[in-house]
Design a protein around this ligand. Structure first.
Ligand SMILES: *[C@@H]1O[C@H](CO)[C@@H](O)[C@H](O)[C@H]1NC(C)=O
Ligand SMILES: *[C@@H]1O[C@H](CO)[C@@H](O)[C@H](O)[C@H]1NC(C)=O
Ligand SMILES: *[C@@H]1O[C@H](CO)[C@@H](O)[C@H](O)[C@H]1NC(C)=O
Length: 635
């Protein structure tokens, strides 16, 4: 095997990076468990030391050789996110705890390390914390919750909806002509939302005549092809459309897709080409339409987070940027020393909850990523949970999106004993608009005006199988949580749908298979329904009882089950390439990002006998195209 890059040994360099193609190939081939994943990081780090360009070109060429995706997807996804990973690899030891997290988050080869114990500083409870408001039985008011709209402004009706890429329904240069399956005007199950579907959603929201919460992800998931100007114009256009369509305010949160590259939320803005301040500046400016100048300043200073009193209420809405706890935000692997509270989001939340407690207000927390899901770091999830433990009497509700499922996560004061007497809070998760993950849907809550607890949650949806759907989507009530689950748990007529209620529902589902299977169908609004056997049901119920990630029973597995929203053990998706199955069931929210590609790499390298030869040929070709090594600090 000849040496990889002769110019590394150019005279004048006192330090040369030692990387042979065989090391990389062997590294991928051998990567079957946690130890071997750490070992793989050695040649990957060496590759990163050669510079971002060498790193990106090598991995994207490998992605193409292995046919992980079409050329444009390989080149785009790795070209965008690769430099971040390359930066990260240069900064960490291949054998540290951060590396273990990286091996879990990207390759699924390690299990998440045990929580790094840390106590969030919190003030002791004041008098108000002891006496939360009681309901006087006044009539409820409505609030709309929508999420994950993922609008694709390049959606073209009539284009091919059955392409090989992670997202179809665009005029791709290499698309099949004539299209195998022409995309409809109002969407297709292999694609993100066309603009027309977003408009239809806004008309539906307007008909409820009330204010809304929107838990993020405006931008489509063709993540290999997004850039700052597209994200800026997509967000701007949607904000304009909301402002035009809705008379009442909308309180948004930042999603992981609302930056470019996708998930790009650095810990600090040291690397100007990757900062995310432009996202916060944009949100600060545009969200003022529904908030005020104080909230706007918070958005720009607290990385997208703000708090505001909802109109005509004593309810403080605290919107936080949860993307700093997201395993696919590669910046969070950028150091071997732990950063407990990236960008001070947890401190911001605690301060706002304290202010609400002091003022005798109740609070709703809204954010994109639910705290207990498998793609949340268990460290930050644990610290977030400490805040919920302290302030749960002030917190009347928690609302998230991101998973694309209609689901919930319960918090307990004692996770060793998850029972009706230890419940303290529940996180509501809204279904997505994007047809990629089920029928387009939203939630409408009936809210008690004294306690701000949820009395009912009604899901409205538009059924794409309706023959009239492509002419004009019709929105209908899908189900009411009170009507559906109340009878299973003997819910009293004035009792709220609080954490106790939801825990009782999980117990009912344990015993009643029909009830569980209906829930399973509701998760995706009756489309893309996954078969869920006994093992799957067990882990699904475990997830319902885990608003803290370390307790969600998730077991990382390489390749196949990677993905931020993939459901756990035993859950099967429909076979790929059937007209109704999502092209990439593993990656509902993430799309075919770099993490998704890497997760497949290890397995494929092992199954490709000729790879070694091809890869060294490929690497030697790169010699002529790489602009030049990044000179490692001379020693
Ligand atoms: C950004 O993406 C849009 C849409 O794909 C494209 O039209 C535009 O040329 C891109 N801009 C840059 C600077 O690459
Ligand atoms: C904005 O609203 C908050 C309450 O929601 C209030 O405390 C603050 O003073 C308001 N700011 C301005 C400039 O009106
Ligand atoms: C089980 O759940 C179904 C669906 O919710 C319901 O119709 C049925 O009455 C339940 N059975 C029992 C024994 O509670």
């Amino acid at each position: 095997m000849h040496s990889l890059l002769p110019w590394i040994l150019l005279p004048g360099l006192t330090y040369a990076v030692n990387l042979k193609p065989i090391d990389l190939v062997q590294g991928f081939k051998n990567a079957v468990d946690c130890d071997s994943c750490h070992a793989l990081l050695v040649p990957l780090k060496a590759l990163a030391e050669l510079g971002d360009s060498a790193f990106v070109q090598t991995l994207s060429a490998t992605c193409q050789v292995l046919k992980l995706e079409d050329e444009d997807v390989c080149v785009g996804a790795i070209g965008e996110q690769g430099p971040i990973l390359s930066h990260v690899l240069r900064n960490i030891s291949p054998f540290g705890k951060t590396a273990t997290k990286l091996c879990e988050g990207t390759f699924g080869l390690c299990q998440a390390p045990a929580v790094n114990t840390f106590t969030i500083p919190l003030s002791p409870p004041g008098p108000a914390a002891k006496s939360p408001p009681k309901s006087t039985g006044r009539p409820t008011f409505k609030v709309v919750h929508f999420s994950d709209v993922h609008i694709d402004r390049q959606y073209v009706a009539g284009s091919d909806a059955n392409c090989k890429k992670p997202i179809c329904c665009r005029n791709f240069a290499d698309e099949a002509k004539p299209p195998r399956e022409p995309a409809g005007r109002f969407g297709n199950r292999n694609c993100d939302s066309p603009g027309g579907l977003a408009k239809s959603l806004l008309q539906e929201i307007a008909s409820h005549l009330t204010w809304s919460i929107f838990t993020g992800d405006v931008v489509e998931a063709a993540v290999w092809d997004v850039n700052r100007s597209e994200v800026t114009s997509d967000i701007g256009l949607f904000n304009e459309e909301i402002a035009r369509a809705l008379k009442a305010p909308v309180f948004p949160a930042i999603g992981n897709h609302d930056s470019a590259p996708v998930n790009n939320f650095p810990l600090d803005d040291a690397t100007a080409s990757f900062d995310a301040q432009w996202v916060f500046d944009l949100a600060g400016k545009e969200w003022t339409h529904w908030t005020n100048s104080t909230a706007s300043t918070q958005v720009t200073h607290f990385s997208g987070s703000y708090s505001i009193i909802a109109p005509g209420t004593n309810l403080r809405i605290i919107s936080i940027n949860t993307v700093y706890w997201y395993k696919q935000n590669f910046w969070l692997y950028d150091s071997d020393s732990p950063v407990h509270d990236p960008r001070g989001i947890l401190e911001f939340l605690a301060n706002e909850l304290q202010a609400a407690e002091d003022a005798g207000q109740r609070a709703w927390i809204i954010g994109h990523m639910p705290p207990g899901s498998q793609d949340a770091f268990s460290d930050q999830s644990n610290y977030y949970d400490q805040i919920i433990q302290r302030y749960h009497k002030t917190v009347a509700g928690q609302f998230f999106g991101h998973t694309h499922y209609d689901e919930f996560e319960i918090a307990y004061s004692d996770y060793e004993n998850r029972a009706i007497d230890t419940v303290i809070s529940v996180a509501w998760i809204a279904p997505a608009l994007t047809p990629r993950s089920g029928n387009p849907a939203l939630k409408v809550y009936d809210v008690d005006p004294d306690t701000y607890e949820i009395m009912d949650s009604k899901v409205y949806f538009s059924n794409m199988d309706d023959p009239e759907y492509q002419i004009k989507p019709e929105w209908k009530l899908y189900y009411s949580a009170r009507d559906e689950y109340g009878p299973l748990v003997n819910l009293g007529p004035t009792a709220p749908l609080d954490a106790r209620f939801w825990h009782a529902v999980t117990e009912a589902m344990e015993k009643n298979e029909t009830a569980f299977q209906r829930y399973n169908e509701f998760m995706t609004r009756g489309a893309h329904v996954r078969t869920c056997d006994a093992g799957c049901k067990k882990s699904a119920i475990c997830q319902m009882r885990a608003a803290r990630a370390e307790n969600n029973c998730h077991v990382a597995r390489p390749g196949l089950t990677f993905g931020d929203t993939e459901r756990q053990d035993g859950i099967q998706t429909k076979p790929m390439n059937t007209p109704t199955a999502p092209a990439h069931p593993q990656s509902q929210c993430e799309g075919a990002g770099m993490g998704y590609l890497l997760s497949q790499l290890a397995g494929k390298v092992a199954r490709e006998p000729k790879l070694e030869e091809r890869m060294s040929r490929l690497l030697s070709q790169l010699e002529t195209t790489i602009p030049g090594p990044r000179v490692v600090d001379e020693l």
